[in-house]
Ligand binder design. Structure first.
Ligand code: SF4
Length: 376
């Protein structure tokens, strides 16, 4: 369906799940426990260079240095918002770039630090789905990210953040269901072992409604959480603002979500951006309540964030944020229909890091350091 630009990955160490890494070191004539030591060094200890892994014999370190590549992303730029949100621009081995956003929660602990630090991770360079409210869509799809490029977003962001990253959402650039295998391999790396980087309940995959991916998560009883970007309650409007709806209409999407719930018994989250005069009426609220109550769920209502920097045309140019009064009224209506509602804040909006704004708008991809591709 989509014209993916496939390419071969360099031999990134972080492409390997633990089982694959054991096979890999066995293939080098080593015992499997060396893979566990390597895994521990990369993820539990956060060691960045193979030659610093003291638990491995020198000869193995030298071979690994010759055959493999440790880091898959290179930090190009960090922007920090007034509200503490950080946006990272990472350069990839082929000179392409992605953005990753770290959002501190507004809720704080007794010592005043954020209760949660949530990392919004990209899964593709660009995106093919062309949602009309999303800046990433303007980039189109360049390629899927490799496992290591997904994993390293967390490790690299953690390196530049004092507080531990506690939650991760696949909600950055790209549609994670269209890079399913690599996303799930990254999940298995994040959640492996006695002291995982993250627990599976702290990881959420957000999809624009790619039904086969939802069914696959259900069949595999995927341990992570599922979120659905809904944004419209009629097929007509959804097709206009989210072209993926031309392939998977609301009935099919709703059935897949029900199937997911029957298989996993896990509640889902819906995301709903409010657009003035387009999807914010009383009828919209009633339809949204009806659709979402089919399974245990909550609805994140999200303010629309400006994407004028992408020079939108057509319906995209008509999208405006709903007024504050209407926003509040819409939430009250949902609550009156027993919907559990969360209001997503506009964290990072001043640095174009809020929901739907990732497209390198403020970020130069010019480098002053050598390109990663030049040093591999
Ligand atoms: S909202 Fe998500 S799925 Fe839609 S175009 Fe943007 S990145 Fe792609």
């Amino acid at each position: 369906m989509y014209n993916f630009a496939y390419m071969k990955s360099p031999n990134f160490l972080k492409n390997y799940t633990i089982a694959e890494l054991r096979d890999y070191v066995r293939g080098m004539g080593e015992q499997a426990f060396r893979a566990d030591q390597l895994f521990d060094a990369m993820y539990a200890q956060g060691i960045e260079h193979i030659h610093d892994i003291a638990t491995l014999p020198k000869a193995l370190r030298e071979t690994l240095e010759q055959e493999t590549v440790m880091s898959a992303v290179r930090l190009q730029k960090i922007q920090e918002s007034n509200d503490g949100t950080k946006k990272f621009l990472f350069e990839l081995f082929d000179g392409r770039a992605i953005e990753t956003v770290l959002i501190p929660s507004e809720m704080v602990t007794d010592d005043g630090s954020p209760k949660r630090m949530t990392l919004c991770v990209s899964t593709q360079v660009g995106c093919p789905l062309n949602c009309q409210f999303c800046a990433t869509a303007s980039l189109k799809l360049k390629r899927n990210l490799f496992v290591a490029e997904i994993v390293d977003q967390l490790l690299a962001a953690q390196r530049y953040t004092e507080k531990k990253i506690t939650n991760l959402v696949f909600m950055g650039m790209g549609e994670p269901m269209l890079n399913y295998d690599n996303v799930m391999a990254a999940v298995s790396i994040f959640t492996h072992g006695d002291t995982p980087l993250l627990g599976s309940k702290r990881i959420t995959l957000s999809t624009a409604g790619v039904v086969p991916g939802i069914v696959r998560m259900a069949d595999e009883k995927s341990p992570i959480k599922l979120a659905i970007s809904l944004h419209a309650t009629t097929n007509g409007l959804r097709k206009e603002i989210m072209p993926i709806a031309r392939k998977y209409e609301l009935t099919e999407l709703g059935n897949a979500i029900e199937y997911y719930y029957r298989k996993t018994r896990r509640a889902v989250t819906y995301e709903y951006i409010l657009f003035e005069g387009i999807n914010d009426s009383e009828a919209d609220a009633k339809r949204l309540a009806r659709f979402t109550r089919r399974v245990p769920s909550k609805v994140n209502v999200i303010p629309f964030h400006d994407i004028e920097f992408t020079n939108p045309t057509g319906i995209a140019a008509e999208l405006k944020p709903t007024s504050r009064e209407k926003f509040k009224g819409f939430i009250s209506l949902l609550q009156s229909h027993d919907v559990t509602v969360m209001i997503r804040s506009s964290s990072g909006v001043d640095i174009d890091a809020a929901c739907g704004q990732l497209a390198f708008s403020n970020a130069s991809t010019e480098t002053t350091t050598p390109l990663l591709s030049e040093v591999l």
